[in-house]
Write a protein that binds this ligand. Structure first.
Ligand code: ZNH
Length: 141
């Protein structure tokens, strides 16, 4: 579970990302698509180029959902309940892909906020993103 320190670390750094949802969310997704090409199969017909408007639009949705979760750190599954239905019943995204995206979100944060992402904040963010991934894959059968 997230400790009081984890919550403080997340709440200190996440607003920096939340302020640029399309740019940073898009960068994280683009990195995932480049490093893990199989993830592209979930987005048929997408433009996968670096400055793709579609990737940015989707990145914005992902970051905004994480921002919502960051406001409910004591009940992440509750905050993401609808999204968890969507990923489990409609999208059926392979759960392993959440680990990939989690990694690329951290890399993106490290590139843009190197001073803020000290090792304690990194650890807390990793726990937060893992909790989100668990919430989004918890309804899989
Ligand atoms: Zn997901 C969708 C979030 C992961 C795939 N997503 C989505 C959305 C959101 C999200 C918000 C929108 C919804 C609506 O519209 O309603 N995701 C998310 C998050 C995460 C995720 C937060 C983590 C962190 N996803 C993911 C992954 C994948 C995915 C990993 C794969 C690879 N999603 C997806 C898809 C979709 C989504 C395919 C749909 C899209 C469209 O249709 O447009």
């Amino acid at each position: 579970a997230l400790t009081a320190d984890d919550k403080a670390h997340i709440q200190a750094i996440w607003p920096c990302v939340a302020a640029h949802p399309a740019e940073l969310g898009g960068e994280a997704l683009h990195r995932m698509f480049v490093c893990h090409p199989k993830t592209k199969t979930y987005f048929p017909g997408f433009d996968f180029h670096k400055d793709s408007a579609q990737i940015k639009a989707h990145g914005k949705k992902v970051v905004n959902a994480l921002t919502e979760a960051s406001h409910h750190l004591d009940n992440i599954p509750g905050a993401l309940s609808k999204l968890s239905d969507l990923h489990a019943y409609d999208l059926r995204v392979d759960p392993g892909n959440f680990d990939h995206l989690r990694h690329h979100i951290l890399v993106t944060m490290g590139c843009h906020f190197p001073d803020k992402l000290d090792c304690c904040t990194h650890q807390s963010m990793d726990k937060f993103l893992a909790a989100v991934g668990n919430a989004l894959t918890s309804k899989y059968r």
